[in-house]
Design a protein around this ligand. Structure first.
Ligand SMILES: [Ca+2]
Ligand SMILES: [Ca+2]
Length: 369
């Protein structure tokens, strides 16, 4: 006995800006802070540029680290970008089931830089999504003091599922090829990648409440779900918090019963929160709850003589009759739990078999084990 149910899916996603990858260059080229849904490369170089020799390879940065900046020589003397570059990249997690792959939307790339007196005086930053063409993000000049340059990724870099690569081409050494440039705090930021993949999220109006069910295909670094309800898609009320599996490569199922559903349309969404505080909303689903409709639901079915739960809506439970297929009335006891929720107990001697449960014009077949 289910109330008329409607489930709609609406696209409504919100995300927060977070750090995708960071290279602090403090004596290492390895990434030091990476989103758990992404993996970042080491810094690499190509096109003839060389690491500064010996202890000059890592030199002082602007953050107080004696070996905190990465120094590259031999940028060439051309007045336009050549083939020499520094490169960083990151990859999203991928899974056998492509529905589970992480999607990402990079927003900015920035880094600190400082050049020698000999240059290089300028640089261009280029970015590539997957195997696409490199796109110029912009140019900037470098000075003999540390400065930070920030570049925005193009609007086409949205909901990507492939690697993103960024290259810095410095040029314009003023004296042969001896100019060097220090790099520090290379950083890529972006919108929070969806931390779990929802394979199912549905709401069913049953009796006087709404049952929510959701499943995830995998989870990474997940902390908890906040179940939120709205009647107007504007104001949302937090109903409960449900702990999540955390790190899981297998399917997990979650349920929540909203016993205070509002008459009419109820909208639900999940706010999925990660351990690092980043979060994202699920899609919004809808359940139509009609408290004026007569309904009953008895479960589990089959039941035992002491575990049957009966939920009624707009029915007089005092009119409950349970009878055998031969029409003989069955003795039972009703224990109210809430105004609409009862536990039904049968006599221990009640034979197993099929029975009919009836209130007014509602009927349900019930198997007692
Ligand atoms: Ca710095
Ligand atoms: Ca540093």
């Amino acid at each position: 006995m289910r109330h008329p149910l409607a489930t709609f899916f609406m696209l409504l996603s919100t995300a927060v800006l977070g750090q995708y990858a960071h290279w602090n260059c403090n004596g290492t080229l390895a990434p030091t802070s990476v989103n758990p849904k992404l993996t970042a490369s080491s810094v690499s170089i190509a096109g003839g540029v060389q690491e500064a020799a010996g202890s000059n390879r890592f030199t002082a940065d602007n953050d107080g680290n004696a070996d905190g900046a990465y120094t590259l020589d031999n940028w060439g003397s051309g007045t336009a970008p050549g083939s020499a570059y520094l490169e960083v990249s990151y990859d999203p997690l991928t899974f056998a089931d492509p529905r589970s792959n992480v999607t990402h939307t990079p927003q900015q790339f920035y880094f600190d830089h400082r050049r020698s007196a000999q240059g290089p005086v300028g640089f261009v930053v280029r970015a590539q999504a997957g195997a696409g063409s490199f796109i110029d993000l912009g140019t900037a000049t470098s000075t003999e003091n540390f400065g930070r340059s920030t570049f925005n990724f193009p609007g086409s870099f949205v909901n990507l599922s492939a690697r993103v690569t960024v290259r810095i081409y410095a040029y314009g050494a003023v004296s042969g090829s001896q100019g060097n440039m220090r790099f520090d705090d290379l950083t890529i930021t972006g919108l929070a990648p969806m931390p779990v993949e929802f394979t199912l999220f549905k709401a069913s109006a049953v009796g006087e409440s709404v049952e929510l069910l959701w499943q995830t295909a995998w989870e990474r670094n997940s902390d908890y779900f906040e179940v939120q309800r709205s009647s107007d898609l504007k104001e949302y009320l937090n109903l409960t918090t449900v702990p999540s599996a955390g790190d899981s490569q297998t399917q997990n199922s979650y349920t929540f019963t909203d016993a205070s559903a509002l008459p009419g349309v109820n909208y639900y969404r999940l706010r999925q929160v990660d351990r690092d505080g980043t979060w994202a909303f699920s899609k919004v689903i809808m359940a139509v709850f009609r408290p004026d409709a007569a309904a009953m639901v008895a479960y589990p079915n089959p039941c035992s003589r002491s575990n049957l739960t009966l939920r009624v809506n707009n029915l007089d439970v005092n009119k409950l009759v349970i009878y055998s297929l031969l029409g003989a009335e069955v003795w039972f006891e009703l224990q109210p739990q809430t105004p609409n929720n009862f536990v039904v107990r049968f006599a221990p001697s009640q034979p197993a078999g099929l029975y009919i449960l009836a209130i007014e014009n509602q009927r349900q077949r019930l198997w007692i084990d």
